[in-house]
Structure formats: C-alpha cells, structure tokens
Write a protein that binds this ligand. Sequence first.
Ligand code: SF4
Ligand code: SF4
Length: 160
Amino acid sequence: MADPKHTSSERDSLPVITDCEGCGVCCFHMGYPAFILPREPMTDEQIDANPELVQQIINDPRRREELKAGHPGETFWHSLPDELRDEWKAFVSQYQLPKYGEDPSTFDGPCIWLDMQTRRCRNHEHRPRICRDFATGSPECYEWRAYYRDRISLNRPAAN
Ligand code: SF4
Ligand code: SF4
C-alpha cells in the first residue's frame, strides 16, 4: 500500500475525530475490498518460476514463507454473499491500476464499495479484515486525512 508520508505538523493541524462521518478517504486508494483469499501452499520451484512472485520476494523476503505456508482465507471472504463474491471476482479479474496524469501513481482508485456521495461503505457488514482493523483516529488515519485533506467533506462536524 502507498505511504502518504506527511509531517507531524500537517497531521497535528487536523481536528481530532471520533468517527468517520463525511470522510471515507482511507478507502480512496483501495481499488476494491482487500480480502485475504484462500491459497494453497506453494513449493520453492513453483514460486521461482513466477517472475511476479520473485519480485515480491525481492521487495520483502518474508513473502516466500507466506507463499510456502498458504492461507485458509479470511473469515469475511468465506461469509461473503455469493453475489458480492461474484461481483468482486469479475471486477478484480479486469482490474488495472489507474493512471494519474503525468504521474503513474502506485495508488489504486477508490474502492468499488465506497459510496462517494455518503462516503460510506456500501457493504459495511461484509468489509474485509483490513478495513475492520483500520482504527479511526489512528496515526494511519491521520496520515490519509492529511493526504486527502482537500477532499474531506466540509459538512463534517468537528469533534473539538
Ligand atoms: S481516514 Fe480515518 S476518519 Fe476517515 S474514514 Fe478512514 S478511519 Fe475514518
Ligand atoms: S470495503 Fe468498504 S471499508 Fe473497506 S475499503 Fe472498501 S469501501 Fe472502504
């Protein structure tokens, strides 16, 4: 995931918040709900034959052990209604990173489940683990609010 890298003074100038009303900016760069999918354990030979996986391991050597261990898939993927799972698969199979003008950013576009009018998740009860773990008011929350500060709803009441 991209790192917005803002200074502490930029973050500190933002109002303290206790809920996500009118915000939603941490979903602006997700592209689609990031479920951890079930995957079979891989052998070293299978991994080394895949250039994309080899590059991932160069970027983060821990990736090899993850691939060799496999994963049963997160709970919220398995409990997802069939129509949402089918919609997700169809979208991801066609997905391409958007290009942002002269700068081909590594950021994904807004999550397909984000309602840009309400700034709420359209399927909040089915959101993946990563979204549930992202805490309102956490340092990461402030990073993204600093990055997208000009796109946070002006109608949002400040908590202090
Ligand atoms: S950036 Fe923070 S306040 Fe905004 S939606 Fe995400 S968790 Fe909520
Ligand atoms: S699944 Fe919902 S909470 Fe998670 S990034 Fe998408 S819109 Fe946001």
